[in-house]
Design a protein around this ligand. Sequence first.
Ligand SMILES: Nc1nc2c(ncn2[C@@H]2O[C@H](COP(=O)(O)OP(=O)(O)O)[C@@H](O)[C@H]2O)c(=O)[nH]1
Ligand SMILES: [Mg+2]
Length: 268
Amino acid sequence: MIYIALPAYNEADNVETLLADIGANLQELMPVSDFQVVVVNDGSSDNTKEAAEKAKDSLSALYPRLRIDVVSHSRNLGLAEALKTGLKYCADKAEPRDIILTMDCDNSHTPGLIPRLARRIREGYDVVIASRYVPGAQIYGLSSSRLFLSYAASLVMRLLFPIRGVRDYTCGFRAYRAEVIKDLFARNPGIISERGFTVMLDVLIKLHQFSPHLTFGEVPLLLRYDLKKGASKMNVRSTTLRTLRLIWRRRLGYWDMEEVADGQGKSQ
Ligand SMILES: Nc1nc2c(ncn2[C@@H]2O[C@H](COP(=O)(O)OP(=O)(O)O)[C@@H](O)[C@H]2O)c(=O)[nH]1
Ligand SMILES: [Mg+2]
């Protein structure tokens, strides 16, 4: 079974297209696999919930192997909380051998890449990232300032938190062997401590820190930022400041967690 967690905040213009695209691609490329998508509507003020429910009704008849659930926060709690809800939802249902994916709900991540991510997990990787920084990656529609910032983040992270096999620390399109996420929550339910967009980075460095035996791989990302409808929800200034603060704290050994089973975590 393949689980897909989709954090969604005001994505009414994108969510139906994305879910239809997931259905069509997976039916064509992975016709014998079962899929469970969970849309985490994070207190959207637009019709994200209604649009996702509508897609759920029309697509379940079309694609019997695709199940779509929509869960909602009553108010906007931010990307990290939405990701936590989605990952936990999947981890609770998944068998250890299953695969859990996350992706943006804005059509910039193409579902046709899911089989490749899944394939790499089956090849033996525990975590596989759709990466902007491996040969073959292509980026459309991203401003040069965003391009520069993401690349700078990648360089700084490779220097300060080198993880074998990882170049893209911040992309939200990833696959995990389900056991990794189940284990993460079982060992420390408070593991997702960041509040905003730095959560992707933090999950990765915590996985590496507390489960050093894990293997990380990447596949080239085709980033279709030009297909995204609506503005980015990422506040560049606050995300940059939060990223610097996060790097500083983690380098000093503060992990912002109550406890870690192997005792490596330092509470604050
Ligand atoms: N649940 C939730 N998701 C969010 C929030 N802000 C952004 N997202 C989602 O996180 C993903 C990344 O946001 P996006 O605007 O695509 O950022 P960008 O791709 O970096 O420009 C999208 O699927 C958004 O819907 C939020 O406050 N709550
Ligand atoms: Mg996006």
